[in-house]
Design a protein around this ligand. Structure first.
Ligand code: KIV
Length: 276
């Protein structure tokens, strides 16, 4: 079969080949304008269910729906041409059975045009991951601190401090890699456990609050841009204080309106010269 392939988007096999090589840089994005800006610089864009908190002001990711992920996934795919796009499956859209996961993941792939889906969980998700991968859907795993299980975990504390839990996370990572996950996020997991996972699995590990030894890193874009106010998670680095700049711009605009400085002559429409 001959196929016209015009896209220069990074492929999933290209990401896999970076295991132990040049670190993979991933940022989240949820909207077209932000996706357009980050796309040339990163290897993959994650449309994370963190959008529940970041975009919608929810208190956790648990109330994010599949329709929300699809709407934002579509916007990000439309606005990007270079980075691979991975879309999160939200809570409740895949845990019931491999079949439920396939129906949800297929909707995400068909309706957004993204390259892969991400889902949370260790050994308990291995069967589901094998089911999806066997049917043509690339899956990024997510182990360690898994925010969709926050009520079971009892909070967002770093995981793997207890030897038993560290072993369970490591075994889960090994099992989802064996099931066919092409990469996995390790979130909020103490450094030695993240290193052990990275050494043990043959696919790239992507750290967030994990370890510099991971094969790549991911951050939530709003943490990078300084859009979360005083909330500065230890795991992130703020590269710009856009929040203050936006606040300053809004303050200056409102002051200009109230002082009749906006609009200026350059902002209003006159009578065209040809009709005078
Ligand atoms: O939802 C998200 O943004 C994520 C990252 C924190 C990895 O899963």
């Amino acid at each position: 079969m001959s196929v016209a392939h015009n896209s220069s988007r990074i492929t999933i096999p290209q990401l896999v080949s970076r295991k132990g090589g040049e670190p993979i840089a991933i940022l989240t994005a949820y909207t077209a304008p932000v996706a357009r800006l980050v796309d040339p610089h990163v290897d993959a864009i994650l449309v994370g269910d963190s959008l529940g908190m970041v975009v919608y002001g929810m208190t956790s990711t648990l109330t994010v729906t599949l329709d929300m992920m699809i709407a934002h996934g579509k916007a990000v795919v439309n606005a990007s041409t270079h980075a691979a796009v991975v879309v999160d499956l939200p809570f409740g859209a895949y845990q019931a059975s491999p079949e439920q996961a396939f129906t949800s993941a297929a909707r995400v792939i068909v309706e957004t045009g993204c390259d892969a889906v991400k889902l949370e969980g260790g050994a308990e998700m291995a069967e589901t991951i094998a089911f999806l991968v066997g049917r043509g859907i690339p899956v990024m795993g997510h182990v360690g601190l898994i925010p969709q299980s926050v009520h079971v975990l009892g909070g967002y504390k770093a995981r793997g401090r207890e030897p038993k839990e560290a072993e369970r996370i490591l075994q889960g990572a090994i099992e989802i890699a064996a099931a066919g996950a092409f990469a996995m996020v390790i979130e909020g997991t103490i450094d030695p456990v993240s290193r052990a996972i990275t050494e043990a699995v043959p696919v790239p590990t992507i750290g967030i609050g994990a370890s510099a030894a991971c094969d790549g890193q991911v951050l939530v874009i709003d943490d990078v841009l300084g859009m979360m106010g005083d909330f500065k998670p230890k795991l992130a680095r703020r590269y710009v204080d856009l929040g203050s700049q936006i606040s300053e711009a809004a303050k200056n605009y409102a002051a200009d309106v109230k002082a009749h400085r906006f609009p200026g002559p350059e902002n209003v429409y006159g009578i065209p010269k040809s009709s005078t």
